[in-house]
Design a protein around this ligand. Structure first.
Ligand code: PMV
Length: 300
């Protein structure tokens, strides 16, 4: 019997980086962009394959440092397995790596869910979240936990590190939001570490982001696109102040604003990766998407 499970991508609407220091942040799942984990018995050995990253290894062959190997150790314990099952675990993902969409957390959550399916266990979202967080620590060093939380629960959240989350009670379906990929890859762990190194210089902007998120929550609940756009621009200004944007992101964000967008900001760690644009309406969104398409900028 084979089992398939999946997990969504995510974007952070407001509050990245400040969330590492205890400020609230708002994140939403991108349910149409997913990572899939399929487990199929092979009667031979445990093997993991992921054609996109040219991975094809047995358990002993996986590097001890890899998040995936550490996840497999945790899953062996979680499901009290004396050894890993003789199966092929196939990973397929639509989520670009190192681009602010939570690819690492989605991989963990998809694999955890597939193992739960294989062993016939009901694993509550809280437990899925807890295991995925352990692996985020390997990928990111000092993760806030927002990525694994929004992905494990797959719902819009307001998240505070160490305190958990509450669902964001807002209708986002009427917002013309575009997620676009600068195509530049950057490592979360490096950007987060730079922000920490210059903490004395960054502290005020990080606190500013925190208070902006509280205002954004109200605007999202009230469904006020102009105010949400203004707050996205303000959030981006503060992210630039802590030096996590880059010239390419600034240029692509500027293009959207010059073409009538209400707001735009990077999402995730920054210095590349994805960014968000809030267009006035679906027509404007189409126009902005086509401007990006002309430059080979992928949008979701
Ligand atoms: O770029 P991502 O998807 O890894 O998001 C990182 C979000 C940060 O706030 C920069 C770090 C964190 O742990 O919350």
């Amino acid at each position: 019997m084979s089992v398939t499970a999946s997990a969504s991508a995510k974007t952070i609407l407001f509050g990245e980086h400040a969330v590492v220091y205890g400020e609230p942040a708002i994140a939403i799942p991108l349910s149409d962009t997913r990572t899939y984990a399929e487990i199929r018995p092979n009667g031979l050995e445990f093997r993991v394959i992921s054609p996109k990253v040219r991975l094809n290894q047995t358990f002993p062959e996986l590097s001890e440092e890899s998040g995936l190997k550490q996840l497999l150790y945790l899953l062996k314990d979680e499901f009290s397995l004396t050894e890993l099952p003789k199966v092929t675990l196939s990973i397929r993902s639509d989520i670009p790596i190192a681009s602010g969409l939570g690819s690492g957390a989605a991989l963990s959550v998809a694999v955890i869910r597939a193992f739960a399916g294989l062993t016939g266990s009901e694993l509550p979202a809280e437990r899925v979240n807890g295991i995925a967080y352990e692996i985020e620590k390997i990928y990111h060093g000092t993760p806030s936990g927002i990525d694994n939380t929004v992905i494990a629960y797959e719902q819009p959240v307001i998240f505070i590190k160490g305190k958990g989350f509450r669902p964001l009670e807002a209708d986002l379906s009427r917002l013309s939001l575009i997620t676009a990929d600068s195509g530049i890859r950057s490592k979360t762990v490096d950007v987060v570490s730079d922000v920490r190194t210059h903490m004395d210089r960054n502290e005020a902007a990080l606190r500013g982001i925190g208070s902006l998120v509280r205002t954004a929550e109200t605007a999202l609940k009230a469904g006020e696109p102009a105010e949400i756009g203004r707050l996205m621009n303000e959030n981006q200004r503060l992210l630039r102040a802590i030096d996590v944007s880059c010239p390419e992101l600034d240029e692509l964000i500027g293009l959207a604003l010059a073409n009538g967008a209400l707001g735009a900001k990077l999402t995730g760690a920054g210095r590349g990766g994805n960014f968000l644009v809030l267009a006035q309406d679906p027509d404007h969104a189409r126009k902005i998407r086509s401007l990006y398409a002309e430059r080979d900028i992928r949008t979701i």
